[in-house]
Design a protein around this ligand. Sequence first.
Ligand code: TRP
Length: 339
Amino acid sequence: MFSPIDTRPVILTGDRTTGPLHLGHYVGSLKSRVALQQSHRQFLLLADTQALTDNAHDPEKVRRNVLEVAIDYLAVGIDPALTTICVQSALPALAELTLLYLNFVTVSRLERNPTIKTEIQMRGFERDVPAGFLCYPVAQAADITAFKATVVPVGEDQAPLIEQTNEIVRRLNRQIGRNILVEAEAMVPRVGRLPGVDGKAKMSKSQGNAIPLSASPDDISDAVRRMYTDPDHLRVSDPGRVEGNVVFTYLDAFCDDRQLVEDMKAHYRRGGLGDVTLKRHLEEVLQTLLAPIRERRARYAAAPNHVMDVVREGTRKARERTQATLAELRSALGLFTLD
Ligand code: TRP
């Protein structure tokens, strides 16, 4: 599978290890990664160094979640025989490339990056932005290019990071006079972001509106019961709104029976379909989806040494690949070598 004649396009993507993954990650990325691992040579990065850029006060959380996110990957069906799972902080080539790339980016360009601008606002850093945070797009460029990835599946909000990566690639290649680094393309999921159960724009653990992949049957029932619908839909017979109704957004994302969802939408709009019935259907869909994931998750969680073996093995493979890119670049730039 990983012989030199492997011609499948290379994917690199990853997740900050700040907490276990949830349903938003499932529809937004995990599901497609499971499919893509057949047709692509896929590397998944447990981005612990990047997690530290806004969690330097809690390295223990970042470390603990390396295992948790790895368990999530395996539980949803990422197959280590097809996909390489690796830890960012254990790949020194990434840090070295970051340092080199920083010379090919200006501070003002970093400050203009729309992703960073929003994130700085969201985190309330104001003027006290950690330098590591401002520069994480450069580190992400190092991640992507070190693997020579051409496809980067990321959420829409991350697209400007890929743009910035490609700017760095072009600058470096121009400097060197050869195309050593390759440009990458963002692969943005068809489905938009999954809103939180409270109707807020984004499902996020820190907002307390997420359904984790490990959710128990009771957690799922509670979450669906609390779910935001149409506040004006008071009686069952009233016509209800489908737009902005979180239950329908979730049905669109998770129910495979499209016809049934369309019928339910029409019925709801007409009046006569109650929130309780509607929610009962969504609950069933989510229970069915999450039961096998939860079961596999529990099995992997009971075997952390096995999971860490998978991660170590993947990290070794990734180390080889990223060191090779670094060596090429160092040599092209004519940097000093000891031996
Ligand atoms: N920025 C991504 C996130 O917040 C994680 C990540 C780190 C990543 N390095 C990457 C994604 C490289 C794609 C490619 O989840």
